[in-house]
Ligand binder design. Structure first.
Ligand code: ASP
Length: 438
């Protein structure tokens, strides 16, 4: 399912964002003179606008579990075939993993240094935690129960006694645990590798169909976005006040700066050290691909352009391009991984929730796994971000705070995803020398 969101829909979402923010700002201005009006607007947000926004969010929550399961398990089954390709596959996966981990680490360093969520006053934070219900309080409770990360807590996190119970979740505000599901998906994929080929193929097809269906539901949700986004943005603005504009502005600028840093500095260093390409010439050659990624917000939709550029402009061998790029489109999402880490930390900061060093290290790993599970379509990472927030006990509704600015950052992270795929293909091609399998 590679259809990108149409530009018309994107414009409507953008229009909704501006309308919600302007109306919210107008209410804040008037609220200065008439405090009753602001109170009424907050009450209206809680009783009418929030439930409307919830329809959109819940649609994303619906798909989190099956999407993570289907895409990770099918990815692992696929690896069974790839392992026969030997060093080419190994190099590719090592580079994918390194690329995404560096990207998340850069994003997390920025979020810890700049702390955009801290611009919100502490009284507002307390009110937010109360309004968004039990999830944040639950987190504090859980932290009190498990003050340290020890071996037992890690085993408990990944392997609960009751898998189905933990995935289903028993609490209204906690959807269930994603970590055991990730482990289960990997185990199932690994077990499927040893099935005889026709049965393995049908398992893989089944998992891929599941993933496509879930992506289809994400598309339905995005159709609601032009109505849900203004409702959520208005609600966030009247509840948090002017601080939210500053916090979001700093968050967006921080994310953009780190994306630019990763794409044009880290990746240029890779090109320089690991291939013979001059970075400047490389970026000039792939400009049309980056523009396609930016305007479609979809790695899948950009794949044909990327393949053509790899063969015709970069001179990458068709075998390498044909192997690395389609795989990279679904797995190697540095921009997405970076963004996931930043959003989780931002929403945690907004709610005044502190994530320990151990939790942030887990977040780094999960953001990489999460990015592998993301479909290369506009807004593909939203359900995974919801899942990550839940995993860390942060109210998943917090995703509503970044939704208004998500479109611009979606366009930008897709550029990073696709750009890094082309760098990886170039490097793998250079490292392969003459050993390319045909
Ligand atoms: N739009 C991104 C892509 O296609 C996925 C995402 O992060 O939402 O690469």
């Amino acid at each position: 399912m590679s259809e990108p969101t149409s530009p018309k829909l994107a414009n409507r979402i953008l229009f909704g964002l501006v309308a919600g923010a302007v109306l919210g700002a107008a209410t804040l201005l008037l609220g200065g003179a008439f405090p009753e009006l602001l109170k009424a607007a907050r009450a209206l947000s809680v009783s009418v606008l929030d439930p409307l926004g919830q329809v959109f969010l819940r649609m994303l929550f619906f798909v989190v579990m099956p999407l993570v399961f289907g895409s990770l398990a099918s990815g692992v089954v696929q690896l069974g075939d790839l392992s026969r390709l030997g060093p080419l596959a190994v190099r590719t996966f090592v580079l994918f993993f390194a690329n995404m981990s560096i990207a998340v680490a850069l994003g997390m360093v920025m979020m810890n240094a700049v702390r955009p969520g801290d611009t919100i006053e502490s009284e507002t934070k307390v009110r937010l935690v109360q309004e968004y219900g039990g999830a944040a309080a639950k987190h504090v409770e859980r932290q009190a129960q498990h003050p340290d990360m020890n071996l037992q807590t890690i085993v408990d996190m990944f392997m609960p006694r009751n898998l189905v119970g933990s995935i289903a979740g028993t609490d209204r505000s906690m959807l269930g645990e994603v970590l055991p599901l990730i482990l289960f998906a990997i185990l199932l994929g690994a077990a499927a590798m040893s099935l005889e080929p026709t049965r393995r193929k049908s398992v893989q097809q089944g998992l891929e169909t599941l993933t496509e269906l879930m992506t289809g539901i994400v598309h339905f949700a995005l159709r609601l976005a032009p109505y849900a986004v203004p409702a959520m943005i208005y609600s966030v603005v009247v509840k948090i006040g002017w601080d939210i504009f500053v916090a979001l502005g700093v968050f967006v600028l921080g994310c953009l700066a780190v994306m630019i840093l990763h794409l044009f500095v880290t990746m240029s260093i890779w090109l320089k050290l690991l291939s013979r390409h001059s970075p400047l010439a490389f970026w000039r050659k792939i400009r049309p691909v980056l523009i396609t990624a930016f305007s479609t917000s979809s790695s899948n939709a950009t794949l044909p352009t990327a393949l053509a550029a790899a063969r015709e402009d970069l001179g990458i061998r068709p075998t390498t391009a044909g192997f690395v790029l389609p795989l990279g489109t679904t797995m190697n999402m540095a921009g997405t991984a970076l963004y996931e880490g930043c959003v989780v930390l931002f929403v945690a900061q907004v709610f005044g929730i502190d994530l320990s060093f151990g939790q942030q290290a887990t977040l780094l790993l999960l953001a990489v796994f999460g990015a592998v599970a993301v479909a290369g379509v506009p807004g593909g990472s939203l359900p995974i971000i919801a899942g990550l927030l839940i995993t860390f006990g942060i109210p998943a509704e917090g995703i509503g705070i970044i939704l208004g600015v998500d479109r611009l950052l979606d366009m930008s992270r897709t550029v990073v995803n696709v750009g890094a795929d082309l760098v990886t293909a170039t490097v793998v091609d250079a490292l392969e020398g003459d050993e390319i399998p045909s």
